[in-house]
Design a protein around this ligand. Structure first.
Ligand SMILES: C[S@@+](CC[C@H](N)C(=O)[O-])C[C@H]1O[C@@H](n2cnc3c(N)ncnc32)[C@H](O)[C@@H]1O
Length: 507
């Protein structure tokens, strides 16, 4: 673990070297930045040419994985002996080679403006700093397997989890399976106290560098699942646990694979997690679940959630067949082109067969510690509006509105979200559209077909008059029976409330 003073000193040097996300992106440009995101370095090398200034040296050492002259690196980051003692680099002869990546990182698209500036500890809602993690073994198309205790850097799953996390000022947050510490950084922006755990001691060491460099105070604890937080409760728990379902192997990659069969680790994360939620708390999980022969994955997940008594919103974003799935993760492990590829592929497919797993769902699970016990599990492979955490944050209030009695709904002053668009579809020149669709330009980006009466009522929902009065007015305009219209509208409005189209006015 780094001493806080060492991390702070390194952060100062990196800043002075211009080794920040904005400055580096300005220097290498969009093409090289995109190439680095694809794990190739040639475009960045072409831009840097033979530059040896501190910014270029940091980029070469900490991202391009080059050995650099010790003289240049010392000029950029200071005391190399201290960094060597801390395990961040090795020196040999006149050159130094980093043992980890230190990537400039900022939080664009992860937070939204609803986070109170300065809430909690840390940089106040946004992140602008660095993440420290293991070097990507397959950089530039190399064939190399990861070490079993490999500490993953930013992945699509990290970004997705950061974007779906509910961001609001809270007291306590838990980052379960922190890895390089990226979720802890974000949590520190809106939580008073952050606990981050991991089974892998190397992950905790690198997470300590990440949090230290960013000036974030996180309580880092070693241990499996919820053991390190026994008896503690949190307002928010976020995790993308090692959700990859893989056959047991001595080379198990701890960053992505658990040691339990099938999706048992995911089940425990969900069911055991509920007991660690404070009243009103939220558990958010990104992961995989098994689809079994003749089994409905929605029932499987309901089976996990129902005993907890929590409400839940579960979205399956993607479904893969076993062959696609195994190919993705064999490539991720760097086994393409190695002699291990074929035998591991066969073993993996046979293992799925033995467990009766015929497909794999990937998605998002949110558990809400409330008494409603209202569980929604749906397939939602469509594009969403990021950061989609806003939609997860709105769900408990949406449920409370949807659970109102008919009489209460008719007496409610509702507001149609201003970001709902009406789309009409029909033949050009026709008097009336054949279809009228309301589409959300926010959250999950849902769309729903409505009829003229419902559209007219919704269009008038600006919080001024109660729903019942709007229905009567529209019934008069359309010359239809008000009671019949009310019957249809209330049922539909209940569903629209659940999906976040209509809300109560903000008081
Ligand atoms: C997919 S990585 C996620 C890392 C990080 N949260 C992110 O968003 O990038 C999963 C992490 O869980 C850790 N892990 C694996 N098994 C665990 C367990 N049983 N309990 C806690 N953490 C575990 C791994 O070491 C790894 O750091």
């Amino acid at each position: 673990m780094p001493r806080p003073a060492d991390a702070a000193a390194l952060a100062r040097h990196l800043t002075d070297a211009g080794y920040t996300l904005d400055a580096v992106t300005d220097r290498i440009g969009a093409t090289a930045t995109a190439a680095l995101a694809r794990n190739t370095t040639l475009a960045a090398r072409d831009v840097l040419a033979d530059a040896t200034d501190p910014q270029a040296t940091c980029l070469r050492a900490f991202v391009l994985q080059d050995a650099v002259p010790t003289r240049d690196l010392a000029a950029a980051v200071g005391d190399l002996d201290a960094l060597e003692r801390a395990g961040l680099l090795d020196q040999q002869g006149g050159s130094a080679r980093a043992r980890v990546e230190i990537r400039p990182y900022a939080s664009a698209g992860v937070h939204d403006e609803t986070v109170a500036p300065g809430a909690g500890t840390g940089p106040g809602g946004a992140v602008d700093g660095w993440v420290v993690h293991d070097r990507i073994p397959t950089l530039d198309g190399r064939i190399a397997a990861s070490r079993p205790d490999f500490v993953l850097g930013l992945s699509p799953a990290s970004t997705a989890l950061a974007q779906l996390t509910v961001r609001r000022p809270i007291g306590t947050a838990l980052d379960l399976g922190t890895g390089c510490g990226v979720q802890a950084l974000h949590l520190a922006g809106h939580a008073g106290r952050v606990v981050a755990t991991d089974l892998n001691p190397r992950a905790l060491d690198l997470a300590a560098w990440t949090t230290g460099l960013n000036g974030v105070d996180a309580d880092l604890r070693l241990g499996s699942l919820y053991k390190p937080v026994s008896g503690e409760r949190f307002d928010l728990i976020v995790t993308n646990p090692p959700f990859v379902m893989a056959p047991p192997s001595p080379e198990r990659l701890v960053y992505r694979e658990g040691s339990l069969p099938g999706d048992e680790l995911m089940r425990r994360v969900v069911t055991d997690g509920a007991a660690h939620l404070a009243p009103g708390g939220i558990l958010q999980v990104l992961g995989n679940w098994a689809v079994t022969e003749g089994g409905d994955p929605a029932d499987r997940i309901r089976g996990w959630v129902a005993p907890t008594g929590c409400s839940a919103l579960v979205l399956e974003r993607e479904r893969l067949d076993p062959y696609e799935y195994v190919e993705v993760w064999l490539a991720d492990a760097g086994l393409v082109g190695t002699p291990h590829y074929g035998p591991r592929y066969r073993q993996w497919i046979d293992w799925f067969d033995g467990l009766g797993i015929t497909g794999i769902g990937l998605g998002w699970i949110a558990l809400y510690a409330d008494a409603a016990g209202d569980i929604t599990v749906e397939s939602w492979p469509h594009a969403v509006h990021q950061p989609v955490g806003e939609a997860f944050a709105a769900h408990p209030a949406a449920l409370a509105l949807a659970h109102r009695s008919d009489a209460d709904l008719l007496a409610s002053h509702l507001v149609l979200d201003p970001r709902v668009d009406a789309e009409t579809l029909g033949r050009p020149g026709a008097a009336d559209p054949e279809h009228l669709v309301l589409r959300q330009r926010y959250g999950f980006g849902r769309a729903v077909e409505v009829d003229t009466g419902l559209a007219a009522v919704l269009g008038a929902c600006d919080g001024d008059l109660p729903l019942g009065a709007l229905i009567e007015a529209v019934a008069g305009l359309l010359d239809v029976d008000a009671a019949a219209l009310a019957g249809e509208v209330v049922a539909n409005v209940r569903d629209l409330a659940r999906e976040g189209y209509v809300t109560l006015p903000v008081s």
